[in-house]
Design a protein around this ligand. Structure first.
Ligand SMILES: Cc1ncc(COP(=O)(O)O)c(C=O)c1O
Length: 373
């Protein structure tokens, strides 16, 4: 019993208070199995990104389905998931603040931990913190494969990998994630971006070989491009996150040939709280769903959602004269972007049996909500 949650286990869907973040468990499990099978059939490791769901309960389901562990992006996410029982975590991101590295080294003493680096200073500080704590971590060298965010140029990978080892750390391989490629709408455009990324990975591997080392593993890929990384022959591990819930933005991508199609599994349940002659107002504004990738899609209704501010959403018919929901009616929203939407909520209300007639099977705390450091 969690009095702060929008529903309790056993409640019918109709009783879920609004606004609430709701998982359609049947759809989520189909997404989970489809990605697990995709990786398994190709002999690839799957390390899903938990920055998306921030939940130990969900990470455990992914691991039970074959994932080797999960990725996170922040030390705080790693700490929260470790506290909730996840024992194999990869921070696929750079950490250079000494105060954080002290905590990272302590965490590395109680779970299997990996982290990405892209600078000598980062390596020096990581090595010093791990030495002081007497712990160890796997270290991935991040290369920039087209996003223009973190990561060194492929030709610099060998020198940085050498620095990792010279500082007494374990070189685990290459981090090669192309975030910008995920949302290129056309499948051909995504394929071309990942072909280029794979070429850069090969160049980085050559640089590592020239430095007299071998590259044990290449990790990367997201929900928009994983089929291309998988086919490239250079990636060993997939880091997809959003496939599990999907969102409006990912659904707007052209489908990838020969890749599983994922279903919407994450919704904001909202309720019509006011009705005008030509519009309805729901009780879910941008404090209930992120707007960085656009506004929500209204699920299975010919309605358009317009921003009504922090606490409101304004619905109008998609075609003139179309039907509007009545006062007190439920309206299900598909968020524009799942990751930052999740970060707005304390709990998932997980429903079995569909959004119309289902029952609440679980209420999960979003363990790493707000863990931005
Ligand atoms: C480093 C890294 N890997 C993997 C992912 C997963 O991507 P997605 O949620 O789009 O599948 C992300 C998402 O931003 C990321 O930053």
């Amino acid at each position: 019993m969690n009095p702060a949650a929008a529903a309790q286990v056993g409640d019918p869907v109709a009783a879920i208070d609004t606004p609430a973040l709701v998982i359609d468990l049947d759809a989520m499990e189909r997404n989970l199995s489809a990605m697990a099978a995709f990786a398994r059939e190709r002999g690839l490791r799957l390390r899903p990104h938990a920055k998306m769901h921030k939940s130990a309960a969900i990470a455990k389901l992914q691991i039970a389905a074959g994932a080797v562990g999960v990725c996170v992006q922040k030390l705080g996410e790693a700490q929260a998931l470790a506290d909730a029982g996840i024992t194999d975590l990869y921070i696929s991101n750079e950490i250079v603040a000494e105060s954080k590295l002290t905590h990272l080294a302590a965490l590395a003493g109680r779970v299997k931990l990996a982290v990405a680096v892209d600078s000598v200073l980062g390596i020096e500080r990581l090595a010093a913190a791990l030495k002081a704590a007497g712990s160890s971590a796997d270290v991935f060298v991040e290369i920039d494969v087209g996003q223009g965010r973190c990561g060194v140029a492929p030709a610099a990978a060998g020198a940085l990998a050498h620095q990792v080892v010279a500082h007494g750390l374990r070189f685990a391989g290459l981090q090669a994630y192309h975030g910008r490629a995920q949302h290129l709408r056309g499948a051909d455009a995504r394929a071309a971006a990942i072909r280029h990324a794979a070429m850069l990975v090969r160049a980085a591997q050559a640089s590592i070989t020239s430095a007299g080392m071998r590259c044990p593993l290449v990790t990367g890929a997201g929900s928009g491009s994983f089929a291309f990384e998988a086919a490239s022959g250079v990636y060993d591990e997939l880091q997809c996150g959003s496939y599990l819930f999907m969102d409006r933005d990912y659904a707007d991508n052209e489908a990838t040939p020969n890749a599983p199609a994922f279903e919407y599994a994450l919704f904001v349940k909202s309720l019509v709280m006011s009705r005008g002659a030509s519009h309805a107002v729901v009780d879910a504004g941008h404090k209930a769903h992120a707007v960085d990738s656009g506004l929500p899609r209204v699920w299975q209704r010919a309605l358009v959602f317009a921003n009504g501010g922090d606490e409101h959403g304004i619905l109008t018919p998609r075609v003139a004269g179309g039907a509007l929901p009545g006062l007190g009616e439920t309206v299900w929203l598909v968020p524009g972007h799942c990751d930052p939407t999740v970060n707005l909520h304390d709990h998932y209300i997980a429903v079995r049996g569909g959004l119309a007639q289902g029952t609440v099977e679980a209420v999960w705390t979003i363990d790493a909500r707000g863990r931005l450091r």
